[in-house]
Design a protein around this ligand. Structure first.
Ligand code: PLP
Length: 385
């Protein structure tokens, strides 16, 4: 057996197992309650499952068109139009992907070349940086404000250079639950005006916003829309993250480049599910009622946490809630969450893995896309700490 270590020059030398897999495995080992990874623990709508089954039995089992089933793309265009009043052409401006992860990787690969800079905001969802690096790009990090996780646009301006090719946004934000505001978008528009910078906007939690807040996308401003590719995912909306179907949309010129790579990465996406989605998407309530559904979960969990020693600001969107443990322990966040699993039987996520250098912040992330019973148990454990 030859040693490949001397021949392979790893493109991602520091990438190991993700924190999500690590915490889930630790949870299993210690038989701990798992509120770490971002997936719902309640069932998929049985009528959607029947619909997929029906589509399989009808024979929709061979390759779908590479850019996605035309009917599904039409329905997505309709949905975007209904919810935002913005028009995207299904033929040229929308492509179905294998989850948002593939959408993100493909978009980043399409636009980031050797030595290009891609600006990301930390804490950042973990898939952006590896995709930038695997394409020879340089990740440039702008840190959100340590306590409020808001954007300091003066600082961000200094991070933008002639080499900046891409800016990656994420709203509603994983892990903080914050939303971008109109003011943020106005500042961003001024910053990128006159440049060739492309914006990749990760909006997988777009239908989960709370307390009357609205999701605002860069696509709502024509000057940003012309340079923005949005990445979205059905998995978060219909409680089926394992089905891995998402989509990207943006100006035809940008989507054309993404499609070139898409066809060689996956060629096409699971056919019967696309057929089922093209029908199920007509049920607007399934996404329009999601904010209420998750706000109830958030409120239920936070009402139970009232008596705890953790401090928190209610999440504005997504299905994540940060809890601050400053008043409880001096431990770094990664040690704190490991102790929580081993000593208290609950798995959460530290924020350090969302930074290229660890954070000194004392926050942990809890996923509240869980049954009320799980949330009750989680709060009961956390309130004893
Ligand atoms: C911010 C963000 N973007 C993208 C994804 C990936 O979505 P998908 O499961 O559709 O690949 C996730 C999943 O947790 C996420 O939190």
């Amino acid at each position: 057996m030859p040693s490949y270590q001397s021949i392979i020059y790893s493109k991602l030398p520091r990438v190991g197992e993700s924190i999500f897999s690590e915490m889930s495995q630790l949870a299993l080992k210690h038989n701990a309650l798992n509120v770490s990874q971002g997936f719902p623990d309640f069932p998929v709508d049985p009528s959607l499952i029947s619909l997929v089954h029906e589509k399989m039995k009808q024979g929709h089992n061979q390759y779908a068109p590479s850019y996605g089933l035309p009917l599904l793309r039409e329905k997505i265009a309709q949905k975007i139009w209904n919810t935002t009043g913005i028009e995207y052409h299904p033929e040229t401006e929308i492509t179905i992907t294998s989850g948002a992860t593939q959408g993100l990787y493909t978009a980043i690969s399409a636009f980031v070349r050797e030595d290009d800079e891609a600006l990301i905001f930390e804490p950042a969802y973990d898939s952006y940086v590896p995709a930038i690096k695997a394409n020879g790009g340089l990740a440039v990090y702008a840190e959100l404000e340590p306590d409020t996780f808001t954007y300091d646009w003066t600082k961000i301006k200094r991070a933008i250079t002639q080499q900046t090719k891409v800016i990656i946004l994420n709203t509603p934000h994983n892990p903080t639950g914050n939303l971008l505001t109109e003011h943020d978008l106005e500042r961003l528009e001024n910053l990128v005006d006159g440049s060739d910078i492309i914006i990749i906007s990760d909006e997988v939690y777009e239908h989960m916003t709370f307390d009357g807040r609205k999701h605002v996308s860069p696509t709502s401003r024509p000057k940003l829309a012309e340079r923005t590719v949005v990445v979205s995912s059905f998995g978060k909306v219909w409680h089926n993250t394992g089905w891995k179907v998402g989509y990207v949309y943006g100006p035809a010129e940008l989507i054309r480049e993404i499609r070139k790579l898409h066809q060689f990465l996956v060629f096409s996406v699971v056919t019967p599910i696309q057929h089922a989605y093209a029908e199920y998407i007509d049920r607007e309530d399934t996404y329009l009622e999601l904010s209420d559904f998750y706000q109830k979960k958030r409120d239920f969990f936070l009402s139970l946490m009232e008596g705890s020693r953790f401090s928190f600001r209610p999440s504005e969107g997504s299905f994540f809630q940060l809890l601050n443990y400053e008043g409880i322990s001096d431990l770094p966040d990664e040690d704190f969450v490991k102790d929580l699993v081993k000593l208290n039987g609950i798995a959460t996520i530290p924020l350090s893995p969302f930074y290229h250098l660890k954070t000194k912040g004392k926050n942990i992330r809890v996923c509240f896309a869980k049954s009320d019973e799980t949330l009750e148990k989680a709060a009961e454990i956390l309130c004893k700490i």
